[in-house]
Design a protein around this ligand. Structure first.
Ligand code: PMP
Length: 309
C-alpha cells in the first residue's frame, strides 16, 4: 500500500472515471485547462532551483449516490494558504476550491488524488522572491483503490526530520527533500517506509504520514512539534477519541499495534518496525474501516467533511 503522496499517483488511466473518456487528463493552470503533458516550465523556474513552492495532497472519493466528494477540502486549502503566506505567494482559497472542483469534473475522476501546487516562476533566480511571478495549478489522478497486499516495513531513519524551528511543518516543496532522503535510505535497507525519530528518541512521523500506536486497546496519536499537523490524524483523533501525546521510540517497539495515517496512506497497519513484527492489526483494521466509511460518505454524522463535486 502507498504511504506517501507521490506513491499513490497511479499511471494515467481512465478506469475510475464515471464514463470512459478518450481525452488525456487536463490540468487547471492559472485559470485555464491545459493538457497534463502540454505545458513546460521554463528552465529558469525559481521553484525548480530552490523548491520555492507549496503543494497539497487531497483525495476525492466516489460516493454511493453515483457522485463524488472531496474529503476535508477547506482544511487542506487552509494549510496550503499558510505555506503560501510564508513564501509571499498570494493564494485565494476560493479560487483554489473552484479550480479543484472544476478539474475533477473536467477529468471525470471520482476516486482521485488531487495535487494543487503554487510556485515561484520566473523573473529572478535570486533568493528574494518578491519580483518573481507566481503560479497555481491543480492536477487530478485516478487512484487505484485496491490494496496491494504488500507488507509495510518501517525502518527507523538515520536522518532527522526538518526541525520546525528551521522549516515549518507545512507542505513547502523544498522541505520534502528531507522525506526523499529518508525514503531512499529506507528502500536501500529493504524497507518501504522510513520513521523519523528525534535526538531524544521521540517519534516524529513518517516521510508522508503520521503515526499512531495501540496498547491494551488504547489508541495514542504521536505528537511532535516537527511533524505535519495531518488532517487524517485530526480525523482519526476525532473519530476514535485517541489520546495525543509525545511517544518514545521504545514505546512504539513495545506497542501491540502501530498504524500510520495520511491522505495517501489512509489508515495503514504496520507489519514491521526495524526488528519488531506486529502480527496483531485488529484495531488498525477497525480504524481503517471506520475511516473508509467516513470518506465515502457512508456515515452521515460526518457529512460536513465532504465537499460534493
Ligand atoms: N506527514 C507528512 C510529512 C506528510 O507529507 C503527510 C501527507 N500530507 C502527512 C504527515 C499526513 O497529512 P494529511 O493527513 O494531512 O495528508
Amino acid at each position: 500500500m502507498s504511504l506517501s503522496d507521490a506513491d499513490l499517483v497511479a499511471p494515467a488511466r481512465e478506469t475510475e472515471s464515471a464514463s470512459p473518456r478518450v481525452v488525456p487528463p487536463q490540468v487547471w493552470f492559472d485559470g485555464r485547462f491545459v493538457a497534463a503533458d502540454s505545458d513546460r516550465a521554463p528552465l529558469t523556474t525559481h521553484a525548480m532551483h530552490y523548491g520555492s513552492g507549496v503543494f497539497e495532497g487531497i483525495r476525492a472519493y466516489a460516493t454511493s449516490d453515483g457522485g463524488s466528494a472531496v474529503f476535508r477540502l477547506p482544511e487542506h486549502l487552509e494549510r496550503m494558504r499558510k505555506g503560501c503566506e510564508l513564501l509571499g505567494i498570494a493564494f485565494d482559497v476560493d479560487v483554489a476550491t473552484q479550480a479543484t472542483l472544476a478539474v475533477l469534473r473536467q477529468n471525470g475522476h471520482r476516486d482521485a488524488y488531487v495535487r494543487p501546487l503554487a510556485w515561484c516562476g520566473t523573473g529572478s533566480i535570486g533568493l528574494d522572491v518578491s519580483s518573481v511571478d507566481k503560479h497555481l495549478m491543480v492536477a487530478t489522478f485516478p487512484t487505484n483503490v485496491h490494496l496491494s497486499g504488500e507488507k509495510v516495513k518501517l525502518g527507523t531513519s538515520s536522518w532527522r526530520r526538518n526541525p520546525a524551528t528551521s522549516l515549518p511543518p507545512l507542505k513547502l516543496c523544498g522541505a520534502y527533500v528531507n522525506s526523499i532522503l529518508a525514503k531512499h535510505e529506507a528502500k536501500q535497507r529493504g524497507c518501504n517506509e522510513a520513521l523519523f525519530v528525534d535526538e531524544q528518541g521521540r517519534v516524529v512521523e513518517c516521510t508522508g504520514a503520521n503515526v499512531f500506536m495501540v496498547r491494551g486497546g488504547h489508541i495514542t496519536a504521536v505528537e511532535h512539534r516537527d511533524a505535519l499537523a495531518g488532517i487524517t490524524r485530526d480525523t482519526i483523533v476525532a473519530l476514535t477519541g485517541a489520546e495525543s501525546r509525545q511517544v518514545r521510540h521504545d514505546e512504539l517497539l513495545d506497542a501491540d499495534e502501530v498504524f500510520v495515517v495520511g491522505t495517501a496512506a489512509e489508515v495503514t497497519p504496520i507489519d514491521e518496525l526495524d526488528d519488531r513484527t506486529y502480527p496483531d492489526q485488529r484495531v488498525g483494521r477497525e480504524v481503517a474501516e471506520l475511516y473508509r466509511r467516513v470518506v465515502r460518505g457512508e456515515d452521515p454524522r460526518h457529512a460536513r467533511w465532504l465537499t460534493r463535486v
